[in-house]
Design a protein around this ligand. Sequence first.
Ligand code: G
Ligand code: G
Ligand code: MN
Ligand code: NA
Length: 248
Amino acid sequence: NSIRTELGKAHFEERFMLHYQPIVDARDGKTCKVEALLRSKGTALDGISPALMVSVAEDSGQIIQLTEWTLDTALGAAQEFKCPVAVNVSPIYFRHENFADRLIDRLIASGLPPSSLVVEVTEGVLISDISSARDSIGHLRAIGIEVYLDDFGTGYSSLSYLQNFELDGMKLDKSFIQKLGQSEKAIRIIRSMVDFSHSLGMKTVMEGVESEWQARLLQLQGCDYLQGFELGVPMSCEDLCNRLATEP
Ligand code: G
Ligand code: G
Ligand code: MN
Ligand code: NA
């Protein structure tokens, strides 16, 4: 299909770009890191969601090259905005041979310290091949790359797999916040997840924050970091640099 053809041309920089969304400290609203998000460029892939592009690349095997392009591009941008960058890593890349070494090589090539990179993984990574996932995560964290569990609360969310892993934090899926104001339970569930995450020594990011009252409420629940349209939409590297320059 056409997405596959576009991916197949492999000159990723001609077809894709990354946008960067601020992740702010819940207490003072300051940007403390940014998430790199894949976007299409030009007309051939217009209107195709990043989720679909990623899933086509996963099926065709091109996710390896695409992830490495994403890592290099995000690390390049991080040199400019001088703020850690979080990159989404597909379970397929994660299971790729020598994945952690390959990723560390790219970090070293960028010249940035390990604290400049955050790796976001999804639950799928933690469910299959537990011992090699544990090794990979341990390897990244040992050199100082943070690892966050993304979209927590979707999927199976069996809590038992967390027993097997040491992680820096979790990102609570935006479905939780979308229920705020609809159900009284929503706030209690969020509070429990924040406490749960803290009790395991992890930080909590709430994603999908779309209004100021939500941001205030989450801050009161002890949530560490916030991400969402209210705090900043995904934007170009240049726009992000401008924003950072105006923050006190
Ligand atoms: O960027 P949103 O804007 O639409 O992203 C939709 C989905 O695509 C999210 O689940 C996000 O994690 C995923 N995604 C976005 N960019 C990347 C990327 O560079 N790599 C991977 N693996 N997933 C990405
Ligand atoms: O990697 P992850 O699944 O967390 O990707 C984040 C997704 O959430 C991206 O698709 C991004 O565009 C989207 N997003 C970011 N902020 C908001 C928001 O405030 N509301 C909604 N609905 N989506 C958001
Ligand atoms: Mn993510
Ligand atoms: Na997410």
